[in-house]
Design a protein around this ligand. Structure first.
Ligand code: MFK
Length: 565
């Protein structure tokens, strides 16, 4: 007897997404929802159909760097994959960057945009990377308003014409490392005619095929550290199509995101324009970081959703021990836990998206602005860790098939694994969250948000979990305050705070996710008669939101971490 396993299949990824559809029903007025739904449905069909098929067929292709042409000219041409070429066209046509700048639906335009991205991302081999940086560049240019650069670049970045649209790079990481950007070695020198030229090496330049980049360099004579850096705008090619004194040394051989042409670049006198003065570059580029971190969260939510969709479909098809996996209590319990993580991550992410839309149109209150500053790192770090864990479990849901390359499943895990690393690691983001919490109004805003969500909930079971979320937030905030108040010195207090930063950040992120999920579940019960979001909230609470655990002991951590006697 032959035994052939049936592969998982995907339908229309919008029509089948209860969580996305229910969320849009709550937050969008009917006329807005009617207006945005056709594009979402088309993207859902593409994501589950043409793009998914193309992605599987294109699995083995990777970007190829050709350093020289046959006649000895240095060209450093990078040929991207078929999925990337198709994704570039669709991204422009569906306005994946343009939508929030067109602002057709005011602050809700960010929700429209990121719903599109959420559908598009899992079927397009991380083409979200250049798009995220393009959005970040557009936002940064908008805020700094360098008239000539904005007039030249913004129409390209925001174009819906694939032939006209540019993408942007974000070149920050150097050989000195990716987290401590203040160590940047690239130097900016000025020609007698006033042109700035950059000299240095950019060590992780994602999506090197972009037409422009925002980058950091130290104007000659500036002091060391982050403050001595300036933000520069670079166009990668001249009018004749030649790289502007940029050498592509090699493409990185990475664990995942293998379709993203990540390069080591030599800047050998590359012309550049100072965008925002000649110092304070890290501060000047931070709007870009906050946008790409939001994209990171949307992509994390979308990878979780894709993984669970595949595992759920497979559970209906795969039989073992005399029954479908969908009839096996332990498998069902596992899938339910993954769905709960995915659903909580979705609501957490889209809360940041809502606030971003309001901030950009100046609709946000001061409280909402400070809340967004704190939520951006919390949302990024929380969802990225979730995505790495959920996609790992998803692989396991397929048994050995999940470990086999030509099922396409391992790519999901490898691509998700970058999310807690790039755009700031979990620990760096936890420290960024602490920096944001230095503003006590941000702390008050977060506490107020969770308290208000808990107060909105009416269903008794949801009241219990929403209150648990509030208790966990209070525990994290109390712990942070106690580290400073109880320490014998400020330095010791800061060390204790840093030692607990990851647990504090994850507790705050997961607690807010729970409160948001509980509030949505309450709404869904009343307005849709649907109890599934309530099940997700109860399950997510059981998965755990308060990660603080035992009291911090830094000396003990050192002994254990470094294996010291
Ligand atoms: C699927 C989605 C795809 C996404 C695309 C990914 C493409 C991948 C390309 C990359 O990976 S690019 C590399 C990404 N690198 C990082 O994310 C850097 C990680 N490190 C940090 O974020 C550090 O926290 C940081 C470099 C910012 C710390 O540097 P410093 O020199 O210690 O900076 P400092 O003094 O803390 O901050 C400098 C100023 O910036 C301060 O303002 P002031 O000058 O007014 O005091 C900060 O308040 C401000 N700042 C820093 N981070 C901020 C911020 N302001 C707002 N938001 C932030 N996030």
């Amino acid at each position: 007897m032959t035994f052939i396993q049936v592969p998982p299949a995907l339908g229309n990824q919008f029509d089948e997404d209860r969580v996305l559809r229910s969320y849009l029903a709550r937050v969008l007025p009917d006329e807005v929802r009617r207006d945005v739904s056709p594009a979402l449905s088309e993207l859902g069909a593409l994501a589950g159909g043409e793009l998914y098929t193309l992605q599987l067929a294109d699995r083995l292709n990777v970007p190829v760097l050709t350093p020289w042409d046959p006649w000895g000219n240095r060209i450093d041409h990078i040929e991207v994959t078929a999925v990337w070429k198709r994704a570039a066209v669709l991204a422009a046509e569906y306005g994946l960057v343009a939508v929030p700048y067109e602002r057709k639906h005011g602050p809700l335009s960010r929700i429209d945009q990121f719903a599109r991205v959420y559908l598009f991302n899992p079927s397009t081999d991380v083409y979200s990377c250049p798009l995220a940086m393009t959005d970040g560049a557009a936002r940064t240019l908008t805020l700094h308003n360098h008239p000539e650069v904005s007039a030249r670049a913004l129409p390209h970045l925001l174009s819906r014409d694939p032939a006209h649209m540019w993408t942007s790079g974000q070149w920050m990481t150097e050989r000195t490392g990716g987290s401590d950007v203040g160590l940047t070695e690239t130097v900016a020198r000025q020609d007698p005619d006033g042109t700035w030229r950059l000299h240095g090496t950019k060590w992780f330049s994602s999506a090197t095929t972009s037409e422009m980049a925002l980058t950091l360099a130290r104007p000659e004579g500036n002091p060391p550290g982050g403050r001595g850096l300036a933000l520069f705008y670079v166009e990668t090619h001249d009018a004749a199509g030649h790289l502007q004194r940029i050498a592509v040394h090699r493409l990185k051989d990475k664990l995942g995101t293998r379709k993203v042409p990540t390069a080591e670049l030599g800047l050998e006198g590359t012309p550049a324009v100072a965008l925002a003065g000649l110092s304070g570059g890290i501060r000047a580029i931070s709007p870009m970081l906050n946008i790409t971190r939001t994209w990171n969260a949307v992509c994390a939510a979308s990878f979780m959703r894709r993984g669970v969709a595949l595992a759920r479909d497979y559970a209906r098809r795969r039989r073992a021990f005399g029954a479908a996996l969908a009839d096996k209590p332990l498998h069902l319990d596992t899938l339910a836990g993954l769905q709960a993580e995915s659903e909580a991550g979705f609501h957490l992410t889209f809360r940041a998206v809502e606030l971003l839309g309001r901030e950009e149109g100046a609709e946000a209150t001061e409280e909402e602005r400070t809340l967004l500053r704190l939520l951006t790192p919390l949302v990024k770090l929380t969802t990225a860790r979730q995505a790495a864990q959920v996609t790992s479990e998803v692989i396991e849901c397929f048994g050995g098939a999940g470990y086999v390359e030509d099922t396409g499943l391992p790519t999901l895990l490898r691509d998700a694994q970058v999310l807690p690393i790039w755009e700031g690691t979990t620990n760096v983001l936890a420290l960024d969250a602490l920096r944001a919490m230095g503003d006590t109004s941000a702390v008050r805003a977060l506490h107020g948000e969770v308290a208000a969500l808990a107060a909105e909930v009416r269903d008794p079971a949801l009241v219990t979990v929403a209150r648990a979320a509030l208790t966990a937030v209070e525990h994290a905030l109390h712990t942070a305050r106690a580290h400073m108040a109880d320490a014998p010195s400020e330095a010791e207090g800061l060390a204790r705070l840093e030692g607990d930063a990851r647990r504090i950040g994850l507790t705050l992120g997961r607690s807010l996710a729970l409160a948001l999920l509980a509030r949505h579940a309450d709404w869904s019960l009343v307005h849709e008669g649907d109890a599934r979001a309530r099940s997700a909230a109860m399950r997510f609470a059981r998965n755990g939101v308060d990660l603080l655990g035992a009291t911090l002991d830094l000396a003990d951590a050192r002994r254990l971490a470094m294996d010291e006697g």
